[in-house]
Design a protein around this ligand. Structure first.
Ligand code: ATP
Length: 312
């Protein structure tokens, strides 16, 4: 097994004291392998940013430890930062500076010979770098942050909510960039509170809630849960009693009927449904995979996925 890129053991962090004490992160054990795109998901206040700040040694843990590339994040932070591209949740850069100046400044600091890749990134993200940061929209600030995080092709990207504020087209460009990073054998750790945004890019996702890790699953495994949505349209009125019969079948749930159409969630074999609808003329039958939100709901059943969606 290759050496993990990120490994945390019992990582714990509380803010404040006494009655005001908030346990932001509790006993986090996480291992991220080279070449992974790892999604770190959770609703607001779950502890995602706290984890990222601990990894970057911006704050210190109350207990536990973390390594990046096998090196302790506390003792080797200077060395490690050179190998990490970091996108903060909020970009508070020199607001009066033009973006291209900031890019060349970062290029110099990082000892880069040329910043052509930064130009390419800006073009692909449709970011006009001749503007001052204060004139940028939230989405454009985020794009600049992405350029700054990616421009030196770091071995590890740590991105705090990279896609918030990006329109769907730019999100696709971002996804493409992440796939290129992975194809290079580099690693991405990204946080998000929108499951659907990371579904298309991540290899594995972790779910964090109230400072605790609730689950770590591969996207592939999650998308292989054994239920699907079935919608059946009939040409004529739904035959008497058919709805009740469908609803009572062993593998069906969430049954609903609307005019000449029925929708249900099906677990297991299709045959009982086929038999039950035999008495009607079926004009259309559609089978849909569940969304990641629904999968998590089915997996953990405590409303966490629904809550995440609401807070998204
Ligand atoms: N500097 C701080 N002082 C006190 N409490 C804090 C501080 N930073 C974070 N917290 C609290 O710690 C908890 C975790 O916050 P954190 O910012 O890590 O969550 P998050 O998952 O990143 O959420 P968001 O999506 O809103 O950024 C929250 O209850 C938050 O209020």
């Amino acid at each position: 097994m290759a050496e993990p890129v990120i490994q945390t053991k019992g990582l714990t962090k509380a803010y404040g004291h006494g009655e005001k004490r908030t346990l932001a992160l509790e006993n986090l054990d996480l291992t991220i392998q080279p070449g992974e795109i790892f999604g770190y998901l959770g609703p607001n206040g779950a502890g995602k940013t706290t984890t990222i700040r601990l990894l970057l040694d911006f704050i210190r843990p109350d207990a536990g430890s973390a390594t990046i590339f096998g090196q302790d994040v506390r003792t080797s932070s200077v060395e490690l930062h050179k190998q990490i591209g970091y996108l903060p949740g909020e970009l508070n850069l020199w607001k009066n500076q033009r973006a291209d100046r900031i890019v060349s400044y970062f290029g110099n600091v990082r000892g880069m010979q040329d910043t052509r890749y930064a130009q390419e990134l800006a073009e692909r993200l449709k970011l006009d770098m001749t503007k001052r940061v204060r004139d940028y929209s939230t989405g454009n600030k985020r794009k600049l942050g992405i350029v700054l995080a990616l421009m030196h092709k770091p071995r590890l990207l740590i991105l705090d909510e990279p896609t918030s504020g990006l329109d769907p087209l730019m999100q696709q460009t971002f996804n493409q960039l992440m796939h290129e990073v992975r194809a290079d054998g580099r690693t991405v750790f990204l946080s998000s509170h929108v499951l659907s945004e990371v579904q298309a890019i991540c290899d594995r996702v972790a779910i964090l809630r109230d400072g605790r890790l609730r689950a770590v699953e591969s996207i592939e495994k999650l998308t292989h849960v054994d239920f699907r949505w079935v919608t059946i349209n009939f040409r004529d009125a739904i035959p008497a009693g058919m709805g009740t019969e469908l609803e009572k079948l062993d593998g069906t749930s969430h049954f609903s009927q609307n005019g000449k159409s029925v929708r249900l969630q099906l677990t297991g074999d299709f045959d009982p449904v086929i038999r039950a609808i035999g008495g009607g003329y079926v004009t259309d039958l559609r089978v849909q995979e569940p969304t990641l939100e629904e999968i998590f709901l089915a997996f953990y059943g405590n409303g966490s996925a629904a809550a995440m969606q609401q807070e998204a």
